[in-house]
Write a protein that binds this ligand. Structure first.
Ligand code: BGC
Length: 746
């Protein structure tokens, strides 16, 4: 009996397994591509001249309920699951998931591609794309023109790979440096996040690709993202965690936005009416469509419809026919609510399907020489020289003996391998970059694994470049079974088990890296520590022993070449930190990736360190140069009561014999405010090149509305008639900033 039962089980399992294998093989052998643009042959006028708003209404009026629901999720589950997982397993590729295709009504689909550092979804004829430094590195360039150009390239390559919806930029605020996905965002400051987010969205939309900033909202912890409930007060929400989203929505005008997995004040972001309807749509006037993050973005379809969520991705879970029909039958929802969600999506996305393309987006565009050059320029502009005791630039004489030492010295290391992954054709590692640079010197690679050998080697070297830091194994997106996560949350056990990627609880470098720095610096001081990673680290164990420190980040496919040029002075470093580095990591806000609920307070980043007078290691906005810049004569040049803009000027001089770029930062502080406010906040910045000895007048402006705070009783932004302090300088460090004050009447 038991034998027969066992055989039956085995047979059943074999049938299920074979069916799954057949589905995977079928969906991949039969990998169908669909056009994303409207078919010109079906229309008697140029497609880009067609009024897509009226067309959307017409199409909606011709749709059955089922067809409407088909616009509200990705692909049907029986197609998408085998295609999605099959592509990963068989081809290590992310599949094209076609959303909202309707042959009967000639509606072209849209297809998502991730791409914070390069297009992720590849066409079958393409095996690699341009891979840029990660977003945190680019934020450190403080160069929004470059960010625009990077996204122009990424979105061009997305189109060439037959996708038209970019799941980027990530503009979640870096509340704590341990956040696993820190590398995907632009740092701790709302202003910097907003400016970079706008530049990214504009660059993406230039190529008729729909931009989708993410993850709305408060997604700043990785391991517990599916179960975490973030609570915070209204002022903190409006002033700290949302201003950059507001700016990106209102100035960038993206087609879409992606909700976060986590709950905000007790409700999942994907079905959070307050976030989606009250704030995003009503307060900010967002006109595009809202989609969930991928898999388990919502848990209650009816609630999500009521909250105003347009699309569930990547397949139907809660937006199923049964759930929606049942909701209609029981009058929990009305069909006009479905109509309104579908109409918003159609109106938005048909604009792109019917748009005019000024270039032919074909495979030849991918990896164009100019794209690769841009990847190198960005890497050059983003590296941050943290410390330099007259070590750099190194001499670039011939016949030197140079050691490139460390586990990561010759590792192809462009960052996380989760959704932000990108596939470059090659990666210039630090060792290869230095070797390419020095044709007439001996460049020695040493992996640092045998410390005694490394010390002996170091004794005889002219220059030492120590490469330390992390890889995708130490930080990044964290995928675990949601069931496992929910179960541990229910049991009130720790949520998340340390696996590949995820959050960093310990901010220190690996022990072997720390001892390499400490031991080698004892025998040879002509040494630079190059840190590869996505966020702040705890340097207390070795910082004083390192005569020079450079943050090179995950620097993309051309990173090694950029590194060599910086170390040898062909490029003058000009990156500045997009976050504060604490002296003691306990001074950062409370961070726990193993919990299902957390409270976010008002202060974080430099506003926290300044408020509580905490010692820091390196300030927000800090970064050294081979030039010497000086700020003088800072003035408010134009303001009268009727003006909404305040104009400032300052003289900036390069008192050195090397040309270089400086990032000038303008902050505002509040004197005698009726409420508790930060000591200062960033409100403008400029990056400028100055020749040796050159002086330039720099102008800054602030809009009066950017001085306001959110009054929770009146539920609106209020400008106070008080004295404001304005500061300018090359970092947020108070004692180097110039100050001017003015009473501003409203
Ligand atoms: C990530 C998103 C990403 C999506 C699609 C999710 O796991 O959180 O950032 O866009 O996957 O790859």
């Amino acid at each position: 009996m038991t034998v027969i039962k066992t055989i039956k089980y085995i047979l059943f399992a074999l049938i299920v397994l074979s069916a799954f294998i057949i589905m995977i093989l079928y969906s991949n052998l039969n990998y169908k591509m669909h056009p994303l643009k409207a078919d010109q042959n079906l229309y008697s006028q140029n497609i880009w001249e067609i009024n897509t708003d009226s067309l959307s209404k017409k199409i909606l009026s011709q749709m059955s309920l089922e067809e409407k629901i088909d616009q509200m999720y990705g692909e049907k589950i029986y197609k998408s699951i085998p295609k999605f997982f099959g592509n990963f397993l068989l081809k290590q590729r992310f599949a094209h998931i076609y959303v909202g295709r309707n042959e009967r009504l000639n509606i072209p689909p849209w297809v998502l591609s991730d791409g914070p550092r390069g297009a992720r979804v590849l066409d079958k004829n393409v095996s690699s794309v341009t891979t840029f430094p990660v977003a945190m590195a680019r934020a450190a360039s403080w160069n929004t023109d470059l960010e625009f150009r990077v996204h122009d390239v990424i979105s061009k390559e997305m189109r060439a790979n037959k996708t038209n919806y970019a799941a980027t930029p990530c503009i979640n605020l870096l509340r704590h440096p341990g956040w696993g996905r820190a590398q995907e965002t632009y740092g701790e400051d709302q202003w910097l996040l907003g400016e970079f987010g706008v530049a990214a969205v504009k660059g993406i939309e230039k190529n008729n690709v729909m931009a989708c900033p993410k993850h709305f909202a408060l997604n700043s912890i990785e391991n517990s993202r599916w179960v975490l409930d973030v609570s915070l007060d209204e002022r903190t929400l409006r002033e700290v965690y949302l201003p950059h989203f507001k700016k990106v929505i209102q100035e960038g005008k993206p087609a879409s936005i992606m909700t976060a997995y986590n709950k905000v004040r007790g409700e999942y972001s994907g079905s959070n009416k307050e976030l989606l309807s009250d704030i995003l749509r009503k307060d900010w006037g967002f006109k595009g469509f809202i989609s969930t993050d991928w898999m388990y973005g919502i848990y209650d379809g009816i609630k999500a419809i009521k909250a105003g969520l347009n699309v569930e991705m990547p397949w139907q879970d809660e937006y199923s026919y049964n759930i929606i029909r049942e909701g209609l039958n029981t009058n929990l929802i009305e069909e006009k609510e479905i109509d309104s969600l579908v109409l918003t999506s159609l109106k938005t996305r048909l604009k792109y399907a019917f748009s005019y393309d000024s270039i032919d987006y074909n495979h030849k565009l991918v990896l164009d020489k100019s794209h690769i050059e841009l990847a190198r320029t960005v890497a050059e502009e983003s590296m941050v020289l943290i410390k330099n005791e007259k070590i750099l630039p190194f001499s670039n004489d011939d016949n030197l003996k140079i050691g490139v030492i460390g586990r990561l010295a010759n590792t192809e290391n462009t960052g996380d391998l989760g959704s932000s992954n990108s596939t470059p054709p090659y990666v210039i590692t630090p060792y290869i970059g230095i070797k390419n640079y020095h044709k007439n010197s001996e460049v020695i690679l040493d992996d640092g694994k045998n410390i005694k050998r490394s010390i002996e080697l170091a004794k005889n070297l002219d220059q030492i470049i120590l490469i330390v830091g992390y890889t995708y194994e130490d930080e990044g997106e964290y995928v675990m079974s949601r069931g496992q996560m929910l179960k541990s949350a229910e049991d009130k056990e720790l949520v998340g088990i340390k696996g590949v990627g995820g959050d960093r609880i310990n901010l220190r470098l690996k022990e072997e890296d720390e001892s390499l720095i400490n031991e080698i610096s004892k025998v040879n001081k002509n040494l630079v520590v190059v840190y590869v990673g996505g966020s702040a680290i705890d340097m207390r164990k070795w910082e004083k022993n390192a005569p020079a420190i450079l943050f090179s980040w995950y620097s993309g496919m051309e990173g090694g070449n950029a590194l060599a040029k910086i170390l040898y002075g062909d490029i003058n470093p000009s990156g500045k930190l997009p976050f504060t580095i604490a002296e003691d990591p306990n001074d950062y806000p409370y961070f726990n990736p193993y919990t299902d609920s957390i409270y976010y307070g008002y202060y974080h980043g430099y506003s926290l360190f300044e408020k509580y007078n905490k010692e820091i290691a390196y300030p927000f906005g800090h970064g050294l140069s081979y030039s010497n810049f000086k700020y003088e004569n800072f003035n408010l040049v134009k303001y009268n009561r009727k003006d909404s803009i305040l104009l400032f000027s300052v003289e900036l001089t390069n008192y050195s014999d090397v040309g270089g770029k400086e990032v000038s930062q303008l902050y505002v502080g509040f004197e005698n405010s009726e409420i508790d406010r930060p000591l200062k906040l960033l409100r403008d910045f400029k990056k400028v090149y100055l020749n040796a000895g050159e002086k330039k007048i720099m102008n800054f402006k602030i809009n009066k509305n950017d001085l306001s705070y959110f009054n929770t009783e009146k539920n609106k932004w209020i400008n106070e008639s008080i004295e404001y302090n304005f500061y300018v300088g090359g970092s947020s460090e108070n004692n180097i900033l110039l100050k001017t004050s003015e009473v501003i009447y409203q």
